[in-house]
Design a protein around this ligand. Structure first.
Ligand SMILES: [Mg+2]
Length: 463
C-alpha cells in the first residue's frame, strides 16, 4: 500500500514563490511593463461591495428592477474567477480544460442545479466549441457562454446570481439575455461614472509590496507601464508618491487593452512631446502597440509584461509579439496556504490511492463500480470543500485542470500571487519549469501489482 501512496506532498508549497510554465531568464529581459489594477495596485475588500451596491442601485433606479433586490448583499465568498455563464440559460458554472462542465458547480441563482438536470440541459456535460466564449472570454451571437476573467467581475457574477435568484424565487417571468445585459451595463456604468475611483483613496491597499515598490522596479534598468485611465495618477501618487512617474520611462493611459494590441488608433502625447527618450518620463494617451513598437524598437523576448488579466493583458503580447509574460494571480496565495494544511495533504493522499486502486480493480471486481461512483462523488465534495464552497479551486475541477488554468499555462511564462514575489529573486534569475512527468512517462495504474491494493479495497467494500 505504501508504494501506492504518492510522495508529491512531501514538501510544503511556498505562497511567495514564482512558478514558471516556460523557461525564462531575467538576465535576458531589458524592459519591464506593468498593468495597473490588480497588478501594481490592490484594493481593499470593500471595493467589491461598493461595486455590487452601486450596480444593484443602478438596476433599480435606471433599469426599473424591483426594489426588493436591494435586500441582497454582496457575498465575497460566492463566486471565483474564471467561471462561465450561460447567457441564455442563466446558469453559472466551472468548466474544465476539455470543455466539460464540473457537475456540482452549476448554479442557477444562488442554488445548485442537480446533476441530472445539467446533463439533460447540455445533453451530457460537454460544451461544444461553437458555444464556448470567444478568444477574449466574451459571449456573442452563437457563443452563449461568457467567461468572467477579471477580478472586478466577482461582484458582477454575484449580482447576476442574486437577481436571477429573486426572479426565480418570485416566479417572475424574464428574459435571461436581457438580464445579463442589464447587469453588465450597470457594472460598466459603475466603472465609467467613476463611482469607484471617487473613493479610490479609501479603498486602495497600501501593502508591503508598494512601500517596497521602488525596490522592485529599481534594479531593472528600463521600465514601462500601461495605465488604463488618467485618474489613476491619484492612485499612484497615493501608493508611491508624487514622483511616481520617475520610476517609469513610458506611461500609457487609456490604452483600452486588448484594443491597444490590435487597433490602429494613434497616440496622443500628454507629456514631453519630442521622442521617446530613455530615463525621461513620457506620458502617452491611447495609441496602439504597432506604433509603439516602431517608436521604441522594443520587441520580442527582451520585454517582460505583468498583468492579472490573462486574455486582455497577456494573450496578444505572447501570441503576436513574442513578449514574455508574467501573470499576477492573487488567489494563488490563499489556495497554496490551504494546500499546505495537514488535512488537505492527507485527503489528497487518500484520494489518489483510492483512484489508483479503482483503476486497477475495475476488471477484477465488477461491484467495485459502485465504489467508483461513490468515490468520485466523495472526491468531488472533499476536494471542492477545501476551497470555495460553491465552485472549488480556481485551478482544478475534480481531477482535471480548469479552462482557466489551461489558458494561464498557454499565455503566461511565469505566474505568482503578487508582484512582491519578485523581491525574493535576483535580477538575473532563471526560472526553470519543473520537469513533471507526462502521462506516458509514468507506469500506468494497471501496470502495478494489483495485490498491493487488495486489503484497502476489501475494507472499502466491507463498509
Ligand atoms: Mg488589471
Amino acid at each position: 500500500l505504501l508504494e501506492l501512496v504518492p510522495s508529491i506532498m512531501s514538501n510544503l508549497l511556498n505562497p511567495d514563490a514564482i512558478f514558471s510554465n516556460n523557461e525564462m531568464s531575467l538576465s535576458d529581459i531589458e524592459i519591464y511593463g506593468f498593468d495597473y489594477d490588480y497588478t501594481l495596485v490592490f484594493y481593499s475588500k470593500h471595493l467589491h461591495t461598493l461595486i455590487f451596491n452601486a450596480a444593484r442601485d443602478l438596476l433599480i433606479n435606471e433599469h426599473r428592477y424591483p426594489v426588493e433586490i436591494r435586500k441582497y448583499e454582496y457575498d465575497p465568498d460566492f463566486a471565483i474567477r474564471g467561471l462561465h455563464y450561460d447567457v441564455q440559460r442563466a446558469v453559472l458554472m466551472k468548466i474544465d480544460a476539455f470543455h466539460y462542465i464540473q457537475l456540482g458547480t452549476v448554479y442557477r441563482g444562488l442554488s445548485v442545479v442537480p446533476d441530472e438536470e445539467v446533463i439533460e440541459m447540455y445533453e451530457g456535460s460537454h460544451v461544444p466549441l461553437e458555444q464556448m466564449s470567444d478568444f477574449y472570454g466574451k459571449s456573442s451571437h452563437g457563443n452563449t457562454m461568457k467567461q468572467f476573467m477579471d477580478i472586478f467581475s466577482l461582484p458582477e457574477m454575484t449580482l447576476l446570481s442574486c437577481v436571477n435568484e429573486h426572479f426565480l424565487k418570485n416566479n417572475i417571468d424574464y428574459e435571461p439575455v436581457h438580464l445579463y445585459k442589464d447587469v453588465k451595463d450597470s457594472i460598466r456604468d459603475v466603472h465609467i461614472k467613476g463611482i469607484m475611483y471617487e473613493r479610490s483613496k479609501q479603498i486602495l491597499v497600501r501593502s508591503r509590496c508598494y512601500q517596497k515598490f521602488a525596490r522592485i522596479v529599481n534594479p531593472f534598468n528600463v521600465r514601462l507601464t500601461w495605465l488604463a485611465c488618467c485618474s489613476r495618477d491619484k492612485g499612484m501618487r497615493y501608493i508611491v508618491g508624487k514622483d511616481w512617474r520617475d520610476l517609469f520611462d513610458v506611461v500609457i493611459v487609456q490604452a483600452e487593452k486588448p484594443n491597444f494590441f490590435n487597433d490602429k488608433r494613434s497616440f496622443r502625447y500628454l507629456g514631453p512631446l519630442s521622442v521617446i527618450c530613455y530615463n525621461t518620463s513620457v506620458f502617452l494617451l491611447q495609441g496602439n502597440l504597432y506604433e509603439f513598437l516602431k517608436l521604441t524598437g522594443w520587441r520580442g523576448s527582451k520585454v517582460l509584461y505583468f498583468g492579472d488579466h490573462i486574455y486582455s493583458d497577456l494573450a496578444d503580447l505572447t501570441l503576436k509579439h513574442g513578449w514574455r509574460t508574467g501573470a499576477i494571480i492573487p488567489e494563488l496565495r490563499s489556495e497554496l496556504k490551504i494546500m499546505n494544511t495537514e488535512q488537505y495533504i492527507q485527503t489528497m493522499t487518500w484520494l489518489q490511492t483510492l483512484t489508483g486502486l479503482l483503476e486497477q480493480m475495475q476488471q477484477t471486481f465488477l461491484e467495485s463500480l459502485s465504489v467508483a461512483l461513490l468515490s468520485s462523488r466523495l472526491f468531488r465534495e472533499m476536494t471542492k470543500g477545501f476551497f470555495n464552497a460553491q465552485f472549488g479551486s480556481l485551478f482544478r475541477t475534480d481531477q482535471n485542470p480548469t479552462y482557466f488554468l489551461r489558458r494561464l499555462s498557454r499565455f503566461a511564462d511565469i505566474y505568482m500571487a503578487s508582484l512582491s514575489c519578485l523581491l525574493n529573486y535576483d535580477v538575473s534569475h532563471t526560472f526553470y519549469p519543473r520537469r513533471t512527468p507526462l502521462q506516458h512517462e509514468l507506469p500506468a495504474w494497471s501496470d502495478r501489482p494489483p495485490a498491493a491494493g487488495l486489503p484497502l479495497l476489501q475494507e472499502a467494500q466491507a463498509k
